[in-house]
Ligand binder design. Structure first.
Ligand SMILES: Cc1cc2nc3c(=O)[nH]c(=O)nc-3n(C[C@H](O)[C@H](O)[C@H](O)COP(=O)(O)O)c2cc1C
Ligand SMILES: CC(C)CC(=O)C(=O)O
Length: 353
């Protein structure tokens, strides 16, 4: 596996340009785009840019480590690879290459329900992995995904709850994105994301949740929560985790950035479940901001699939190592020796505490 050097990308922003260079414009538009006017897509970054980190000084940080646990499992850093479908549309090794890089980096992979590699092949990478799940109109399909994930060693089921329909993502539509003809896309009756999403169960409710919970003994995580009221309900229904997420700005345009609602969600959860956050995480300092507001970890999406497109497994490994090194440096400068040390005293969202 060739190593990726600084000349290729120095940070997670650079990797987007590398992907743009190697991908056809329609595929790049599909990855990069958001819903509607992309207000939420921009807001995700703006929220991190508004957030201020307040270091404590004269703290001995000689032994700072990024190591932590997520859902009780040791992790090299408080980062999980977000579920992203059809990765073989950008690289022939697809999710398997991503899984190998995540395993080597000590990071959990959340495998999309629309993976173009088989769960057994992803599991062969040897690292911890979670299975993302859509609730399908065809209940047998939903059950089959859960059973296969359990049989292949998934450590959690992550039910996505913000995707009853797929909105018009105009960047991808304008560019004429369709799944490559050569690619077999699971569950899909046609060749576009919209063809796929019509199979998703728009009637998903808490009773659907109970049915799905009854299918598995694995910890359940809900992905796509923004309301503290929903977070509280999720805890009453016994979830192990919540991902505060607006799907990277790809679902309902106009929603707040997850960072803006995180503290209120954490308060509603009151320690009953672990809270993760995704959408717009691009820097180690973004991870620290999320930790300071009460997240256990973050998920990172697009930079991983951009890196896969640009440089395969080595690219993903590089992105994860860049992020880990940035988190380590940030912890040190913030006056923290581990992710557990980061707290409210280290962050300002408004002008004052
Ligand atoms: C190309 C692409 C495919 C995605 N596929 C899925 C998916 O299959 N299931 C899911 O729950 N989320 C999916 N997502 C959303 C991500 O899991 C995650 O919420 C989002 O990308 C986080 O924002 P970020 O890209 O700004 O890091 C996808 C996102 C992208 C960019
Ligand atoms: C595989 C895709 C259709 C999924 C997607 O675009 C998304 O969930 O944002």
């Amino acid at each position: 596996m060739a190593e990726v050097r600084d000349a290729e990308f120095l940070n997670l922003h650079d990797v987007e340009a590398c992907a743009r260079d190697v991908l056809d414009p329609a595929t790049f538009a599909f990855l990069a785009g958001g819903a509607g006017d992309e207000v939420t897509l921009r807001r995700n970054r703006a929220a991190f840019e508004r957030c201020r980190l307040v270091p404590r000084v004269l703290v001995d940080v000689g032994a700072a480590t990024t190591a932590t646990t997520v859902l009780g499992r040791p992790a090299a850093m408080p980062v999980v690879v977000a579920p992203m479908g059809i990765q073989r549309a950008v690289h022939p090794e697809g999710e398997c290459a991503t899984a190998r890089a995540a395993a080597a980096g000590g990071t959990t992979l959340c495998l999309s329900n629309i993976s173009t590699c088989a769960p057994a092949d992803v599991a062969a990478a040897g690292g911890p992995w979670w299975q993302q799940l859509y609730s399908w109109r065809d209940h047998g399909l939903t059950r089959g995904v859960v059973e296969q994930a359990e049989a292949c060693g998934a450590e959690a089921i992550v039910l996505t709850v913000d995707s009853g329909v797929v909105p018009r993502r105009e960047r991808a539509l304008r560019a004429g994105f369709a799944f490559p003809d050569t690619l077999e896309v699971p569950v899909c009756g046609g060749r576009t994301p919209a063809d796929l999403h019509v199979q998703v169960d728009v009637t998903l409710s808490w009773s659907t949740f109970e049915r799905i919970a009854g299918l598995t003994r694995l910890p359940l995580v809900l992905k796509g929560i923004l309301s503290p009221a929903d977070a509280a309900l999720a805890c009453e229904h016994g979830v192990a985790g919540i991902v505060v997420s607006n799907h990277g700005g790809r679902q309902l345009d106009g929603t707040p950035a997850p960072l803006e609602v995180l503290a209120a969600v954490v308060e509603a959860v009151a320690g009953r479940a672990e809270v993760l956050l995704d959408s717009g995480v691009r820097r180690g300092t973004d991870v620290l901001a999320a930790l300071a507001l009460g997240a256990r970890a973050v998920m990172v999406g697009r930079p991983v699939i951009y890196a896969l497109a640009a440089a395969g497994e080595a690219g993903v490994a590089r992105v994860l190592e860049l992020l880990r090194a940035e988190i380590e440096q940030g912890l040190t400068l913030l006056g923290c020796t581990s992710p557990d040390d980061v707290g409210q005293e280290h962050v300002l969202i408004g002008a004052t505490w």
